[in-house]
Design a protein around this ligand. Structure first.
Ligand SMILES: [Zn+2]
Length: 165
């Protein structure tokens, strides 16, 4: 649920009311009419491949042993394809050569729309401060990697490997 409690247009409190039969947080000021639609935020994710190996990364805020594909938010004016290549450059220091769309996922618990890509990249792997460590796995290691409770990266990997086969 959204933590927004005050109107970003006039500063008055937001209260829940029905808008077209759906409960929404809306501004109490009649003339303002602001409605907090709370639309999902798009997030790009990428399984990155360098030569014959694949990158999994552990976010700096995550516990030991938890690895996933990389992810990041779109910035204003970016297409998802541009955003995912920028994330590959920023987080891994790599030049992405192409971004192949793999699948979308609705992560309702975080109000996010995940857009997953397979990105072939080149360069020297250099993680930034958002990441604690990275793994480089060959195809067999990736096929057998146990993502534990992270079922979305597991599905992205399965779909990428099926496309690559
Ligand atoms: Zn308002």
């Amino acid at each position: 649920m959204s933590a927004m409690n005050y109107c970003p247009q006039c500063g008055a409190p937001l209260r829940e009311r029905l808008v077209d039969q759906v409960p929404r947080k809306a501004c109490v000021v009649e003339d303002c009419a602001f409605v907090h639609w709370d639309n999902p935020t798009p997030v790009v994710m990428a399984l990155v491949q360098i030569g014959e190996r694949f990158v999994l990364a552990r976010n700096a805020a995550w516990p030991q042993g938890m690895f996933s594909v990389i992810a990041g938010f779109l910035e204003r004016g970016e297409t998802p394809d541009q955003a995912v290549l920028r994330e590959v450059a920023e987080e891994l220091g790599l030049r992405g050569e192409d971004a192949v769309f793999i699948n979308h996922y609705s992560l309702f618990s975080r109000n996010q729309l995940l857009l997953a890509y397979w990105v072939r990249a080149s360069g020297t792997l250099t993680i930034n401060e958002e990441l604690a460590e990275a793994l480089l796995l060959d195809r067999g290691e990736l096929e057998n990697y146990d993502f534990g409770p992270l079922d979305i990266p597991a599905d992205i990997v399965r779909r990428c490997l099926a496309r690559q086969a």
